[in-house]
Design a protein around this ligand. Sequence first.
Ligand SMILES: *Cc1c(COP(=O)(O)O)cnc(C)c1O
Length: 361
Amino acid sequence: MSRAFNFSAGPATLPEPVLLQAQSEMLDWHGVGASIVELSHRGPEFMGIAAEAEADLRRLVGIPDDYAVLFMQGGATTQQALIALNFANPRQVADYVISGHWGKTAIKQVKPYLDARVAATGEAGGFRGIPARASWQLSDDAAYVHVTANETIHGVEFRDVPDVGAVPLFADFSSSIASEPIDVSKYGLIYAGAQKNLGPVGISVVIVRRDLLDRAGQPRADIFDYRSHLKGESMLNTPPTWNWYLAGLVFKWMLAEGGVQEFAVRNARKSALLYSTIDGSGGFYRNEVDPAVRSRMNVPFFLHDEALDKPFLKEAAAAQLISLKGHRALGGMRASIYNAMPVEGVQALTAFMQDFQNRHG
Ligand SMILES: *Cc1c(COP(=O)(O)O)cnc(C)c1O
């Protein structure tokens, strides 16, 4: 067996100790004689896993008690729609600041449900930056302001929390949650699909200020209602137990490695090494994002000659560096370097990039 360094944007690489533990527990979880995926979600074994996962995530991310935590199905895209149903009536405004592809999907999901407005967008500039806060056209009476903390495709990341006054700030943290300390109290709601930085695809996390759950929202089925999910301890229907269990193992791994403080250091080191390799290549490689808001998690880059894309990907794969092909919307390359990507993986990638340049430059 040989494991490559996997730069996939999501589903993404998982910590090897987590995969090994899941493997060793696959047939017989802690001596109960069955796999955890074969047991009832309401049995003591899984209830224990669920409770520990929430406690561990609270400790990892630093979630205050006045915030509820939900584990949901449907991915981040479903949360993008549910926030409208749960927190705004059809005549209410919601302001969207769009800094890339996922901001665009977010506003698309709520258009049927409320008066969705673009407060600012970086589209005219090809999403290479974040519109200056002073240029945002915010509505006084908005139900919420929505931002994408890290744009996974365009590689654009907010480096501070924008001040939006008394209106609750809602943020899509799918690709950067737990990558560094965040001040949860500055947000009304945070959501994240797990398959970037938290675990396997199939589960997402919603962190919501409890008082916001009193808002009427719109008529909706129980299964679309965050209050019902909270009351039902995220087990309104059969939850994705395998995904929840694996995410729980990832939380424990992150805590054991030193928590978000430690990952902030590693992630800064990894991204600085990669950007300096790109910037120091004399134009052989380039990243076009405003350096002030370059993502620490997803680094899109282009080779100076597109004809080199195929050989680059082929030689990288031969060197055990995989999933570097850029998103089809942008082309080029993208290296996703989440918490589970070790510093050694980025060192191997940058050494390969320099060697490739020497041979093809
Ligand atoms: C991947 C991603 C999504 C979509 O997640 P799904 O789980 O596929 O719905 C939304 N927002 C961001 C920032 C993402 O990276």
